[in-house]
Design a protein. Sequence first.
Length: 176
Amino acid sequence: MLANGPARFGLVTRALHWSIAALILVQLPLGLRLSGLEPGLANLWLYGLHKSLGMTVFALMAIRLVWHVYSPPPAPLGGGWQALAARLVHWTIYALMFAIPLSGWVASSATGIDTVLFDRITLPAIAPVSEAWESAAFAFHDIATKLFMGLLALHIGAALKREMDGDGTLTRMIRG
């Protein structure tokens, strides 16, 4: 079934979740590698790939939010403080999956270098060319990404623990 049900995740939600997860598993090490590189002609394509994949995550998250309005996800299993913590972590992860690509776009715009997706689509600049904007946006991008990695580790750890406890949370996201 494509849509979510009261107790199960539909195919669309699961496909979006795992597609975004796969992209992020590429983005995080790529971004970490890029942070240690001096930009040059030999590695410029890596920056383009990072921007392209980041904006793809942004677009898929927008689709995911619209989909969740149309087909709300099932309520989390369990209750109490753990359900509240799970909701808080989920919403923070969602916010960061928008904020991180946007801050990268702002930072790129502030450098004066175009944000070109997949060597085809040039996004408009969303910030003035400015060292101050560039510095602030890259700092935010870095801090937000580190927070995201911590929350992602917490999210994965909690999903694995709950699965080992036998509550079926992870199974619901894999099989529906």
